[in-house]
Write a protein that binds this ligand. Sequence first.
Ligand SMILES: [Zn+2]
Length: 300
Amino acid sequence: MKKIYYLITLLGVLVSLAACNNDTDLDPRSIFPDGVDKATQNDFDRWVLTNYTYPYNIQFEYRYSDKEAHVEYDVVPAEYDKSIAVAKLVKHLWVDAYNELVGRDFLRQYSPRMIQLIGSAEYKEDGSEVLGTAEGGMKIFLNKVNLLDIENPDLEIIKFYFIKTMYHEFGHILQQTKNYSTDFNAISTDYQGPSWVNVGDYENSGSTEALEMGFISAYASSEAGEDFVEILSFYVVYGKEYWENMLSLAGESGATKMLLKYALIKDYLDIKWGIDIEKLEQIVQRRMGEISELNLESLD
Ligand SMILES: [Zn+2]
């Protein structure tokens, strides 16, 4: 945890999962970006086909492509070795967690069509950092891949930058596919819009301001849809114990709102999707403990 605070302090930026916009320019025809065909496939390309593309129809892109990247940001491509590690981590902690809970058909049907890795961060004009985006439920960007130290992987970096982003962005895909109760939107009446960047965030600075307002993170205070997927992703990826700790830091008023919202999310996932969020949390937390058994340095 400390490492992440330090890092963010160093960068002097606010971290967000901003820009979950709905435009999409995904070209569904090509498996590989420009210039990569079967003849130039490497071992990782073949691993991706076997583990992502054939079973789930997911393109897992680690190569930088101007066509797919956000042109408004200056970004660095993801390093090859680190991309392999992130591919294995996302498979273990996201793909296989959902498989374990509800079977393979679920992601086969609803998974994003593309996961695009970016080596560096993307920064918005307000100085906030974009962790990931989901465009029209089709494409998820994972940024900061080059931050990962594959010999000494930091669990906080894995959780914060990659796995929570996957659950957050996939949460948008779920909520865009099947509506949740509008009761959710009425629990908090003080959504901040773009001013969320001024709200104190626990992960960013240790501030309890967002929590006391009834939000799990500052970004959750931006609008109801973000609030929804922030609770979902924090609960599953950071775990029940973390959630309960946050409730105690939120005070009575903040905790009451967070618990009401959580109850609606739990019902929504159960009724609309047949997903037991408590079981999902247990599966993900157990799998977090298995990271040391993954060989992140090779495709084996
Ligand atoms: Zn979002």
